[in-house]
Ligand binder design. Sequence first.
Ligand SMILES: O=C(O)[C@@H](CO)OP(=O)(O)O
Ligand SMILES: [Mg+2]
Length: 411
Amino acid sequence: MTAQKILLLVLDGIADRPCEVLDGKTPLQAAATPVLDRLAQESVCGIMDTIAPGIRPGSDTAHLSLLGYPPERYYTGRGPLEAEGCGIRMEAGMIGFRGNFGSLDSNGTIIDRRAGRIASTAPFCDAIREGVDLSSFGVELFIEPGAGHRAAVAFRGEGLGANVTSNDPKHEHLPPLPIRPMTDAGSDLHTAEVANEFLRQSQEILFDHPLNKQRIADGLLPANIVLIRGAGIMGRFEPFPEKWKITGSVISAAALISGIGSAVGLEPVQVPGITGSADSDLNAKIAYTEKELDRKDFVLLNIKGADEFGHDGKPLLKRDFIEVIDSALAPLLEWHDIIIAICADHTTPCSVMDHSGDPVPIIIRGPGVRVDSVAAFDELCTAGGGLSRIRGGDLMPILVDLINRSEKYGA
Ligand SMILES: O=C(O)[C@@H](CO)OP(=O)(O)O
Ligand SMILES: [Mg+2]
């Protein structure tokens, strides 16, 4: 039998480094994962450098690479992808940014880059959209919430450049940075001025916002600053159905991943109850994936929560959530007629609280796969499998070949 369909399941940031508190195991090694282990036993396994050995991928460049779009050729910044995923149509000339709602103290120091992982920023985005006026610059503002503390910001106007810095110092206990142009071009200076004015006005609105006053009264961190990063224009992508000759969908709570999907020509599928965090309805995600695989040749499914625990430096919670993911994946054991690839997009070590360049585990299961003797799904065991060590850019050619849809190289 030859499979006709492909599921690419990305367990975002699930890979880690050995953790002291887990007796030198990674959270994935320490977790009881009977389902993932069974899948690994029925797979060809390996490890993968999503971009290249030692390169620390962002989720953006990692997913582009996994989908077969080398980031060195296709990546124009995180902002436009995040914006597209939040529902902002990124037309030519628009500049998009990824936004975080964070917390500033009275000294102007960032005390949390994620406003205590606030559940929703929609009311703050509404207030900023209504209150900020950039018309003196001839610029129209777009701002939309993403999952949790995340949002996307975009500017539309004449002569805007994309080469500007971020106000996000990427670490707490520091003040926000001024946005600066990175070249001498007038267009970049223009964007920097617009962005700094946007930040000034939005901060005033956020400081006065009744919901922030309420949050402080309740002992919660206020969402009183927008940290923007990843400025860019939307790139041009060869459509996925033309490139790989298969149709596809994307299922993800993270706007960045749905944005990448829609930018390359995958259809984003809305699933009720998914959050991108540990409280996400993973059963709904799996049920929608199964339905989507009836309609399409390919589904990219991203499960995010483990990455958040890596960023928060919480190995025990990361281990526990990996067990929740494992149970939710039980239906996959019965999906025998499709090619299932399971991997991470990058390692997010709890000790680093950010991504690292360590390779990630990868397993591929389905009809025609040359099953090896790997017994468990983790960073070390899969390294002994038949895939050895591949790069993210190798994955789509391998998957498309397994459904016998690859083109012959040569005569
Ligand atoms: O969106 C996220 O989950 C992370 C990593 O990409 O970003 P931040 O550190 O800004 O929360
Ligand atoms: Mg990621």
